[in-house]
Design a protein around this ligand. Structure first.
Ligand code: SAM
Length: 348
């Protein structure tokens, strides 16, 4: 049933003691670092490690709690367990790029919305609320209100400890323990955020969540990520390995051949239609077909290739073993969402 399951309590819990000011400061500093460190991976890692230290101490949720901490299987895909969702924080580039994109979206909406706070729905918070919590104190509580939603009550209970300990309750609106694929939107949100995906839109219910939420949003509402694109490329395994292990100062350019876009998921495109692709002649030099996922969080904040687990390239066909003129891809929805493909036209 869709009802707020936790009324945000503004009372300070037992955790709040001498540590809380220090923790607030650490979260603030880490957010600043992640927003401003560019591609400095040493600073990025330090910042996510610090956030992890604070959040795991406050909540007691760590990344290695394997017992009794289960994934939740929904008709639309897998909602990952509390500790697995906590682990997402440590995917440093993913976390940095999402925070940067979401911060830009919030700033934009604050500049547009007059006489009321910007309204955000965060669907799929995990136990730490990683993509929003570190940003909140960069703004005044009058400037934005966040509704929190997750299917996992354990994650929401942990998140309430975070909001209490970091005195973030004035920023929090409703807290919903429900399925985002059936959630009925009752407020005019300005920004909706949901990162419930893996590379090639596999396993997790991002597509079903967007198919439910997007039609309920106003034209002006921003959905984050803005776009998820899956594109087919032909690659050469040797050139890929050479590039990976190249020790020169400047990275070697990618040598791949793009075939075509396979699927695009965005506010403007929530239906993933079957797609047939012509395989170009160059398959002798570039025999391996891979699907590359690109996530445009917001504006220029983009994740590609090996940046994170949500964009990792995935091999579909090896044309050394099986020649082809045409291949077809389609998206399977249900408990195990995935992209499937087959060769439809063999070449002699
Ligand atoms: C990949 S984790 C992301 C956690 C956090 N937002 C982050 O980016 O670090 C996805 C979260 O979405 C939740 N989730 C997945 N499917 C959901 C659904 N259909 N409805 C509500 N929550 C869902 C999971 O329980 C999990 O906490």
């Amino acid at each position: 049933m869709q009802q707020p399951c936790l009324t945000p309590s503004f009372s300070r819990n037992a955790y709040i003691n001498d540590h809380f000011l220090m923790d607030e400061e650490v979260v603030h500093q880490s957010a600043h670092t992640l927003l401003s460190c560019g591609d400095n991976f040493r600073l990025m890692k330090q910042a996510v490690d610090e956030l992890y230290r604070v959040f795991s101490t406050i909540t007691g949720v760590t990344i290695d709690q394997l017992n009794g901490d289960k994934d939740i299987w929904l008709p639309s895909g897998k909602a990952i367990s509390t500790s697995a969702a906590a682990h997402c924080l440590l995917e440093m580039k993913r976390t940095a790029v999402f925070l940067r994109g979401i911060n830009s979206a919030i700033s934009l909406k604050i500049s547009e919305v007059i006489n009321r706070p910007v309204r955000i729905l965060y669907a799929g918070t995990g136990p730490y609320g990683t993509l929003v919590i570190p940003l909140l104190k960069l703004y005044k509580a009058e400037e934005l209100t966040v509704d929190l939603l997750d299917i996992n009550s354990g994650s929401l209970a942990a998140l309430q400890k975070v909001t209490d300990a970091l005195t973030l309750s004035p920023y929090i609106g409703e807290v919903y323990c429900t399925d985002a694929t059936t959630f009925v939107v009752t407020k005019p949100y300005d920004i909706v955020i949901s990162e419930t995906l893996l590379a090639c839109l596999k396993s997790e219910p991002q597509v079903a969540i967007m198919q439910n939420l997007v039609p309920q949003l106003s034209e002006a509402c921003l959905f984050i990520p803005e776009e998820i694109s899956v594109d087919a490329f032909l690659t050469n395994p040797k050139l890929e390995t050479d590039r990976l292990f190249y020790s020169g100062t400047e990275p070697l350019p990618f040598q791949r051949r793009m075939i075509e876009n396979v699927f695009k998921l965005s506010k403007l495109s929530i239906v993933l239609s079957r797609k047939t692709l012509l395989v170009p002649e160059c398959i002798i030099a570039f025999p391996v077909l891979k699907l590359f996922t690109t996530v445009t969080v917001f504006g220029n904040e983009i994740l590609t290739g090996n940046d994170s687990s949500i964009t990792m390239p995935k091999q579909y066909f090896d044309f050394i073993k099986q020649n082809a003129r045409e291949v077809e891809f389609w998206y399977v929805q249900g408990e195990k969402p995935r992209i499937e493909g087959r060769v439809v036209n063999f070449s002699s």
